[in-house]
Design a binder for this molecule. Structure first.
Ligand SMILES: Cc1cc2nc3c(=O)[nH]c(=O)nc-3n(C[C@H](O)[C@H](O)[C@H](O)COP(=O)(O)OP(=O)(O)OC[C@H]3O[C@@H](n4cnc5c(N)ncnc54)[C@H](O)[C@@H]3O)c2cc1C
Length: 380
């Protein structure tokens, strides 16, 4: 059985200085935001806001200056995203590009791809989405059938992607596709391609969720041409690359702060009241936030050191989603029978009660994460 490495780490004092700067900026910028807009956290979409972050150097923070980055330590980036999420800032437009697509291109992309995309991402002007899931391949990602076949100067892509967050606004998708139809092992023969969402033969449609919002959509590829330079890494190495990418996707503060707005509204409404039911709840949630934050920081530190803490990231995501789903339920159970609650508290709880079921689906379902953890500790 292998040991988990989740040793707590401290952020350096310089990053804490940056925190004050980020808070001032958010106080100024977010005065007019409603509580429900803030409760959307990283699903809130505002390209003008993303551009402002780009101007401040708060996107692509750790990347080399050569590619439009700012060569800041990972701890600075952690502080920026933590503050953005705690404030409920509308970071959705650039979120995937900054967290995932940019780092992937930086590690595996061609020189052309780096030049074409990284500076635009860092400016907060170029948005990406993730094309992994398909109509018959969600949890079982190795079942994808979207295929790319060789042609003169590149690839022709045919198939569909589903549940693609941000696809209606994004400019590019990094898609996992099958490039070797004859591969005998199902995890082999897959590759990642950067696909222009305005390419000929590509159609995209929004999917409206149960709240009437359309954060995600579906995409169809009908002989879409992708040039050779848009292959990410080596052909056939897609599975390994995607797994490394998922560790980045599963362990950040966005995996435990999605319901933080309820906590803030609860504390604001009951501060100094000595309420005998609210105080234990606030205490319990504070302890859980603290623990998850330490675990998430430990995973971020591992990634920064070049490790691939797949199981640790899965633990953070699973426990984090549980906390995010518990918060609105516990708040409702605690204040449910009381009359005349602040409208902002009620609106936030209502919104997150409806929104939170997706927290244990996006980025990998609970059962899949637990399967990964079980495998890592030798139970299967
Ligand atoms: C809000 C949201 C945003 C998303 N954004 C993106 C995105 O940007 N890009 C993208 O590619 N995908 C995205 N997804 C897709 C998401 O990652 C998949 O939906 C998820 O992996 C589940 O796939 P599925 O819906 O096909 O369910 P299924 O895979 O059909 O699973 C159905 C149920 O069966 C369980 N199950 C499946 N297999 C097993 C197993 N082996 N053992 C035990 N239980 C199992 C699952 O846990 C689940 O409860 C998003 C989903 C949501 C909800």
């Amino acid at each position: 059985m292998r040991e988990f490495n989740l040793a707590p780490i401290e952020l350096p004092p310089e990053s804490e200085t940056l925190r004050a700067e980020v808070r001032d900026f958010l106080d100024q910028e977010m005065r007019s935001y409603t509580v429900v807009e803030r409760a959307r956290t990283w699903f809130g979409f505002d390209p003008a806001f993303s551009r402002k972050l780009g101007e401040r150097g708060w996107i692509g923070m750790t990347w080399p200056a050569q590619w439009g980055g700012h060569e800041r330590p990972d701890s600075d980036r952690y502080v920026v995203i933590e503050e953005m999420l705690a404030a409920g800032a509308p970071v959705g437009a650039h979120w995937i590009a900054d967290r995932q697509s940019g780092p992937l291109i930086l590690t595996y992309g061609s020189e052309e791809a780096k030049q074409a995309f990284l500076p635009g991402i860092a400016k907060g002007e170029l948005f990406f989405c993730i094309g992994m899931s398909e109509p018959n391949a969600g949890s079982d990602l190795a079942a994808i059938t979207t295929r790319a076949t060789r042609c003169d100067g590149g690839w022709r892509v045919n198939g569909s992607k589903l549940w693609t967050t941000g696809v209606m606004h994004a400019h590019q998708m990094i898609a996992l596709v099958r490039t070797d139809q004859k591969a005998e092992v199902r995890h082999a023969g897959m590759s990642q391609l950067i696909i222009d969402l305005n390419a000929n033969g590509l159609t995209r449609r929004p999917i409206v969720d149960h709240q009437g919002e359309s954060h995600f959509g579906e995409v169809h590829f009908d002989n879409v041409f992708v040039p050779d330079s848009m292959l990410v890494g080596e052909a056939g190495n897609g599975w390994a690359q995607v797994n490394a990418e998922l560790a980045l996707e599963r362990s950040g503060p966005e995996r435990y702060l999605s319901s933080y707005r309820v906590f803030e509204e609860l504390v604001a409404a009951y501060r100094d009241t000595g309420d005998s039911q609210i105080e234990p709840l606030v205490g319990e949630l504070t302890a859980r936030f603290w623990t998850l934050r330490q675990m998430s920081l430990a995973v971020a530190d591992g990634v920064a050191r070049g490790h691939n803490p797949v199981a640790e990231a899965a633990i953070v995501k699973d426990l984090g989603a549980k906390l995010e789903q518990d918060i609105p339920l516990l708040a409702q159970a605690t204040i449910g029978g009381r009359v005349s609650q602040p409208a902002s508290l009620i609106a936030t709880i209502e919104y997150l009660l409806r929104f939170s079921p997706i927290f244990s689906l996006r980025g990998g379902t609970r059962e899949i994460l637990r399967g990964i953890i079980a495998r890592e500790i030798g139970l299967r």
